[in-house]
Design a binder for this molecule. Structure first.
Ligand code: UDP
Length: 372
């Protein structure tokens, strides 16, 4: 029987981390491929799909205003189930820890279709941080029969949950493949390469701090602490902050109200992936609560201060390229100042060594998918 792979994408990070796999699969003659977008996040997903030249074969267009997890989950299971019934793929590929990944795995299980999980085995050990992603990822892990663990640590976490060794493939994280592809696009296109020239010209020798913040755990008090810390950091004349604000009003509105008029803050809408990658490469350090950004920054040797209490990606902290600061005002200010003022501390964290991947994860994943 011909292999028919069904790849699900719902959010920006899924599209970023799956486009290198999808584009490789498209080149394989012996495999039928269906790309299904749930569009859990419509605009941010479309930005990446367009850039990566991926046109979904099926689009569930699930996003509604004020979607809550209960409704989103039930709707996704139903809609994905219907498509699986119609398309009848031989295997479903999901990525990460989103509602799309979790419901995609569950619907596949109900239809008795095997599941491959890209970025398997990340665990914080706390089901409420990240919430609800920790449990989403565990549910996918309990259904999948092929687990693409980005690191040895992720593979060990799966073994500790009794996943048989032969079902685990240590592949590296595909985000590094995506980052390298995006950087090559920027370097080959003068228009993309000059996108931040205005910011460079305006801020001269100032050091650019790249900030992203969107996690639910930080909504409310956390975001306020973070914005207070940023205001203190901005008292220094030698820094500028670039903040592509996530559209979620819980974060966007706070940053806009407090920072948009500051002369050394560039508050922007979410950036195209290539523009974000250029920004990352020109920044001095990164303050983020994003999972993907933690994994990308070490490729460019950018120190990361992780604005989370705990991380399911401790490899960066262990490798010395990241440090956890939570949403703690004092820690954010102290660690940022240390990196700005102490050259040795900066050099120790700014090593270009990426513990999350080597840029060849998608090759390994496609090979394993073809062999399965
Ligand atoms: N990203 C982007 N534009 C932006 C901010 C982030 O393309 O304005 C990319 C970033 O490079 C990373 C991914 O989006 O690959 C991270 O997504 P997000 O922070 O939304 O989710 P998480 O990784 O925390 O699941």
């Amino acid at each position: 029987m011909q292999k028919h792979l069904f790849v699900l994408v719902g959010t920006r990070p899924e599209a970023i981390k799956l486009f290198p796999v999808i584009n490789r699969l498209k080149a394989e003659k012996d495999v039928a491929l269906t790309v299904c977008a749930t569009a859990q996040h419509r605009h941010l997903l479309d930005q990446v799909l367009k850039l990566a030249k991926v046109t979904p074969d099926v689009d569930l267009n699930i996003m509604t205003a004020n979607q809550n997890l209960d409704r989103l989950t039930s709707q996704l299971v139903e809609d994905i189930g219907e498509v699986l019934e119609r398309v009848k793929p031989t295997r479903v590929v999901v990525q990460g820890d989103t509602a799309t990944a979790m419901t995609g795995a569950l619907a596949s299980y109900y239809h008795r279709i095997p599941v491959s999980h890209v970025e398997a085995g990340l665990r914080s050990g706390d089901i409420y941080a990240p919430w609800p992603e920790e449990v989403n990822r565990k549910i996918v892990g309990s259904i999948a029969d092929q687990h693409f663990a980005p690191t040895q640590r992720a593979a060990s976490a799966l073994r500790a949950e009794n996943v048989p060794d032969e079902r685990i493939h240590v592949t590296g994280n595909t985000v590094v493949d995506a980052l390298i592809l995006a950087k090559a696009m920027v370097d080959a296109d003068p228009d993309l390469a000059s996108r931040w020239d205005g910011v460079r010209a305006r801020h001269g020798n100032r050091r650019i701090i790249l900030v992203t913040c969107h996690r639910r755990e930080n909504f409310g008090g956390g975001v306020l602490n973070i914005v207070n810390a940023l205001e203190t950091i901005l008292k220094r004349e030698d820094v500028a902050i670039v903040l592509p604000a996530h559209p979620n009003p819980n974060v966007h509105d706070v940053f806009a109200a407090r920072l948009s008029n500051h002369p050394r803050v560039v508050l922007t809408s979410p950036q195209e992936y290539t523009d974000f990658v250029s920004l990352l490469s020109m920044s001095y350090l990164v303050l983020t609560d994003s999972g993907g950004v933690q994994e990308e920054a070490p490729t460019f040797g950018k120190p990361v201060l992780v604005m989370r209490e705990t991380t399911e990606r401790p490899e960066g902290v262990e490798a010395g390229t990241a440090r956890l600061v939570g949403s703690d005002y004092d820690k954010i200010v102290e660690e940022t100042f240390r990196l700005l003022d102490d050259e040795d501390s900066y050099a120790a964290m700014a090593r270009t060594h990426n513990p999350f991947g080597d840029g060849h994860a998608s090759e390994r994943i496609v090979k394993a998918l073809l062999d399965a």
